[in-house]
Design a protein around this ligand. Structure first.
Ligand SMILES: [Zn+2]
Length: 255
């Protein structure tokens, strides 16, 4: 929607410049500046999932209640078992946006997620570095291959989709619309893949906690497994309840 408005605005501005140029010469710099601004906005629209630039993406719950949701990307992975242990002991639910190719050989982890009351979402099959350059057909085939892995192990078909690297673009929008997934983003990016200091990571997350927040974490990172008990304690001490993402957003998790 916002992308469409930007396109229309760009065409109108370009037409206006051409019209003015018809009567008196407009410096080329003005044309360059206009298109540079246009391309920059598209770029930032791609990398900022919360903008909902190409399509609406659910990034937080609309609630005043003190509840938040935890989400873990890139599993099943090295620290998924440890994270599941912590969640189980503390009685806390979460959503795992799994990578399809990681499932083979880690089926028991996926079964644990289901048995222990968590949700499994689709984070693509390949999590390919160039995923965002794929055609819509190839994206869709990749996403469906991930579904097949989940169905093979659990009998369910995920409806929640989190784009690899959190990047959106018009092609991915096409694939998502065609497939009927609900795109899910986040409102708190933990940066647990780059921050090395446990206290700094905890402080960064806690600073942003507010009603309806969705926290992005990764079960591929040791620091995430390490800080999780303290994170849960601090969230609860702040008076927040940790709920399942699909319940907070009131949407179905499976087809
Ligand atoms: Zn990822």
């Amino acid at each position: 929607m916002k992308f469409r408005i930007l396109n229309i605005t760009n065409i109108l501005a370009l037409a206006m410049l051409l019209l003015v140029n018809h009567f008196s010469t407009v410096p080329v710099m003005y044309f360059a500046l206009l298109e540079l601004t246009y391309l920059s906005l598209i770029f930032f629209g791609c990398i900022n999932i919360s903008w909902g630039f190409f399509m609406p993406v659910l990034c937080a719950g609309k609630t005043n209640e003190h509840c938040i949701a935890l989400s873990f990307d890139d599993g099943p992975n090295s620290y998924t078992g440890q994270i599941l242990d912590t969640l189980n002991v503390r009685g806390v639910p979460a959503t795992f946006f799994c990578i399809g190719k990681n499932i083979s050989g880690s089926e028991p982890l996926l079964q644990r997620m289901m048995a222990e009351g968590h949700v499994v979402g689709n984070h693509s099959y390949s999590h390919h570095f160039w995923f965002d350059m794929f055609s819509a057909e190839r994206m869709l085939a990749d996403m469906r291959q991930m579904d097949e892995e989940v169905t093979r192990v659990t009998g369910l078909k995920p409806l929640l989709f989190r784009p690899p690297y959190g990047v959106m673009n018009p092609t991915l929008k096409k694939a998502i619309v065609k497939s009927g997934y609900t795109p899910i983003g986040w409102s708190i990016r933990s940066f647990d893949t780059t921050i090395k200091d446990e206290q700094k990571l905890l402080t960064r997350i806690m600073r942003q906690v507010k009603p309806g927040a969705i926290i992005l974490l990764h079960d591929s990172m040791p620091i995430t497994a390490t800080i999780l008990p303290a994170l849960i304690t601090q969230i609860k001490n702040r008076g927040y309840k940790i709920v399942r993402l699909d319940k907070m957003l009131n949407i179905p998790a499976y087809a």
